[in-house]
Write a protein that binds this ligand. Sequence first.
Ligand code: PLP
Length: 332
Amino acid sequence: MSGIGLDRIAAAQERISGRVRRTQLALSDSLSARCGHPVYLKLESHQPTGSFKLRGATNAVLSLGDDAKKRGLATASTGNHGRALAHAAKAEGARAVICMSALVPANKIDAVKALGAEVRIVGRSQDDAQEEAERLVREEGLTAIPPFDHPDVIAGQGTIGLEIADTRPETELVLVPLSGGGLAAGVAAAIKARLPRARVIGISMARGAAMHESLRAGKPVPVEELETLADSLGGGIGLENRYTFAMCRDLLDDVVLLSEEEIAEGIRHAFHEEGEVVEGAGAVGIAALLAGRIDVRGPTVVLVSGRNIDETLHRRIVNPGDAAQSAGARGR
Ligand SMILES: *Cc1c(COP(=O)(O)O)cnc(C)c1O
């Protein structure tokens, strides 16, 4: 079988230990009652940068030599990967350059700067930013750390699977948010090695599910990127995909797609029933259970992948009746 195996994930676990949180596996009373089996939430939303991406980024940075750290790391991600890389680089005394287009909102730029990274503003599209990151690699010797299709990134995300297997070896089902597939590939590799009878199901939004379309086509295909509440799940898997496509093909038992209203319900449930602020991408596992889209046959773990959602949007989703209330009038 292709891809990253247990040895590499175990090595990642040792490497990043003490640098990322070993997050809680919290029993959800309401989801357990609804499903008739214990349901646990793996709260990666509690990582310091608000998502699991800190695991892969930290493992990738720690795997570099001193020279590469000094020359620097480059990425064009403005989202959770960019934050994670900035944080991981700072913690290791490495330079990080995050390339962004002039259209990226100021709050995102400030968030990355506050984490100690250099921000380079170029062009007016994500493609322009990506090109600049590639130029820095080509011409200035920086190292690219991509958000999912990289062995050290996949192995880092896979450490979540080891924690699940160690803490809850009775687990029979794991629900994993799915975009480029670094998270699902790593977690599935760990779970299938340690708990061979457990199923692993990837969850995406119906609007622009790149890995799902690619799995159906039998090869990586481009998909139109559409606006979605699960914005961290947007984007393609890369037509030159080297690892995550084959691993998801070989390791995932199923992929489930959700509507925007189903995702919103997941965000609302997380807030009102679990007391957790969760972004759309992080709520898809909860949403899939609420929508009755998953056949639950035993102890289940739902991976809650992140919490970075615009505050005004979150307020609008969790208090739909309050649309008329001015933002900020109900600070929590
Ligand atoms: C990146 C991300 C995902 C998807 O991870 P992939 O490795 O791209 O599949 C899911 N949830 C959140 C919050 C993310 O930031």
